[in-house]
Design a protein around this ligand. Structure first.
Ligand code: ADP
Ligand code: MG
Length: 328
């Protein structure tokens, strides 16, 4: 199996749809037409086998997730996604893996009108680097730096499902070798789905552009990621533990302590956390209702630094991550 047969297989599943791709896959580099008056937004993320997804994850799900984590970064900037590049490192020229991987990648790409315009193929331990490119109206990018004292803190969707799914896998899945993992019948399907196929919140990110004061996507865990907003903005953030949104599946599969740990410190949520000035809260809530994205108010910008997890009386709860390092 040659490198070029694999590239052809990728290309066949990712045909160019967009009119702004002047030259796509097949030349030395892609040539892309940028819309006037907009800024290019660029990000890249690498997924390593056994680190960013459990060994044995289905190829389709790895393909989906490698694009999803990048689109999530674009969402956090309030950007419209346009193009992606894919650098694949494979242990062997495995056509079946490439076809299935590209199927999952292309499924998500199509949903968001993203064209794959180039990439690279090399041999080595399985690792995937995707670069995503998109646009934002000049001056309207959401950053981590705009949170101000008195702003409300919100999060989209629900938290903790992916971390709980990963925890379950580590305790229950019977590994049968490098690429094969047997899942038992009582697997928490909803939690595992969130781990394998995160939903990048592009629609919400676009709706928040020009309204939210700061925004970040949640990849490393709520408290850790809000810490980046606090640092970049030069503020403190208080999070109400009781306000953190949980899915029905998380409530079924976790006790209270596990649930809070997954919600506050678990990774891989790919929800957006954002801050909103008090006079714009109504506008944000109605915009998110318009686009069909649930969001929950979870705290406030207060104090000078750091992130504090609060109980109902306003007291500090010790962040639960310490006992759950195996999520990392
Ligand atoms: P070069 O040796 O000039 O870098 P390559 O043989 O690596 O060219 O790539 C040939 C063409 O195929 C290029 O347009 C490149 O962008 C594209 N390509 C290579 N690998 C991938 C991939 N994994 N996904 C998408 N396009 C790819
Ligand atoms: Mg190359």
């Amino acid at each position: 199996m040659s490198e070029f047969a694999l590239i052809d297989a990728i290309h066949a599943r990712c045909r160019t749809q967009r009119h702004d791709v002047v030259t796509g896959i097949g030349d030395d580099a892609a040539v892309l037409a940028c819309p006037e008056g907009r800024r290019l937004v660029a990000c890249t993320d690498t997924l390593v086998d056994g680190v960013h997804f459990p060994r044995g994850t289905a190829a389709e799900d790895i393909g989906w997730k490698s694009l999803a984590v990048n689109l999530s970064d674009l969402a956090a900037m309030g950007a419209d996604p346009a193009w992606a590049l894919l650098a694949l490192t494979l242990p062997a020229a495995d056509m079946e893996f490439v076809e299935r991987f590209t199927g999952g990648f292309a499924e998500l790409a199509r949903q968001h009108g993203v064209d794959l315009v180039g990439g690279d193929l090399t041999q080595g331990p399985l690792s995937i680097t995707v670069t995503a490119l998109g646009f934002v109206t000049s001056g309207a990018a959401l950053t981590r730096a705009g949170a101000r004292a008195g702003d409300a803190v919100f999060v989209t969707g629900t938290l903790g499902d992916a971390a709980a799914g990963l925890h379950w896998l580590r305790n229950h899945a019977v590994s049968t070798g490098a690429r094969g993992t047997t899942i038992t019948a009582d697997a928490p399907a909803a939690l595992l789905q969130r781990l394998r196929r995160p939903t990048p919140r592009l629609v919400a990110g676009r709706a928040l552009g020009g309204i939210a004061s700061a925004c970040i996507d949640l990849s490393d865990g709520l408290l850790a990621d809000l810490g980046h907003v606090a640092d970049a903005s030069g503020v403190g953030i208080e999070v109400d533990a009781a306000a953190l949104p949980a899915s029905p599946a998380l409530r079924v599969h976790c006790n209270d302590e596990e649930r809070l740990s997954c919600q506050a410190s678990g990774g891989d949520d790919y929800e957006l956390a954002f801050t909103v000035p008090p006079d714009r809260i109504d506008a944000v809530v109605s915009k998110l209702i318009d686009v069909g994205c649930a969001a929950t108010r979870i705290g406030r910008v207060a104090g000078n630094s750091g992130v504090r997890l609060c109980d109902a009386a306003g007291g500090t709860i010790e962040p639960p991550s310490r006992g759950w390092e195996h999520f990392r």
